[in-house]
Design a protein around this ligand. Structure first.
Ligand SMILES: [Zn+2]
Ligand SMILES: [Zn+2]
Length: 265
């Protein structure tokens, strides 16, 4: 088992890096990466305030537990706040905001924030989707993060109220157009079970239509839990592996001996 999208107390996670490593060893995970939220000057609620401390602490536990588990120093970079990637083993590139007239509106931090974003488009979910994907894909193609974080994050609350996206053919058209564009970057797409663990969704990001497109285009994928606590480090991985196999995937990408390699699932 492998897991590279994990938050610790250095951003908005509940456990320290060492607690996470000990739980990961217990759970049989052989390679793990931390991906706390990189610093975002426009939203200080979730991001890392002490990047040097983060790197120092993980470097120390990496050495301490090296005979039991491989540990990597990653970061979840927001699309609007690029970091110096030389400080990290890998970056996950995610888009958590819609920017309008110089202001940053969080998409996913609560259902109310999501509805606020929708209101910026006069309630038109399709214009919202177009704006979200066009800015995110611009970032992906230019920045080429190692891993693309929760590609269709705007669907996070879709199963809570009226379905604005997943049941809407116009949405499918937009999401499919942009996922194809993003595959040109050759970045690894994460299949992220985080919203299932939070009881918001019944399937991982990206939704199944997009997973079929990724398979057809031979896009590399990895499995991630977007975990914020030691109880969810590999949440839903067994069910998701089964879903991926049914779609036709037989491999995922993992960090093995300091580089991304394909491993069988
Ligand atoms: Zn995220
Ligand atoms: Zn995350």
């Amino acid at each position: 088992m492998y897991s590279y999208h994990i938050h610790s107390t250095f951003s908005d996670g509940k456990n320290t890096p060492e607690e996470i490593v000990l739980a990961a060893i217990d759970a049989g995970i052989v390679s793990i990466g931390f991906s706390d939220h990189g610093f975002t000057s426009y939203d200080l609620r979730y991001c890392m305030k002490d990047q040097p401390g983060y790197i120092k602490e993980i470097t120390e536990i990496k050495e301490k537990y090296k005979s039991q588990i491989q540990i990597y120093i990653g970061v979840e970079e927001d699309a609007f706040a690029p970091l110096d990637r030389r400080n990290f083993d890998y970056i996950i590139g995610s888009c958590h905001y819609i920017v309008k007239e110089g202001k940053y509106f969080p998409i996913d931090s609560s259902y109310d924030h999501f509805k606020k974003c929708l209101s910026l488009f006069d309630g038109d979910s399709i214009s919202f989707a177009e704006a979200y994907y066009s800015s995110f894909c611009g970032y992906i193609c230019q920045r080429k993060p190692d891993i693309i974080g929760h590609f269709d994050l705007i669907t996070k609350f879709d199963e809570l109220g009226e379905s604005l996206f997943l049941q809407n053919p116009k949405y499918a058209e937009i999401a499919e157009k942009y996922v194809l564009k993003a595959t040109e970057s050759k970045c690894i797409f994460e299949v992220n079970t985080g919203a299932i663990a939070r009881g918001l969704r019944t399937s991982p990001y990206p939704y199944e239509n997009l997973l079929y497109i990724l398979r057809k285009n031979n896009s590399p994928i990895t499995l991630s839990s977007d975990s914020h606590g030691i109880d969810t480090l590999a949440f839903g991985f067994e069910e998701t592996k089964k879903q991926l196999k049914d779609i036709g995937f037989d491999r995922i990408t993992a960090l093995v001996d300091n580089s991304f390699k394909e491993v069988y699932i």
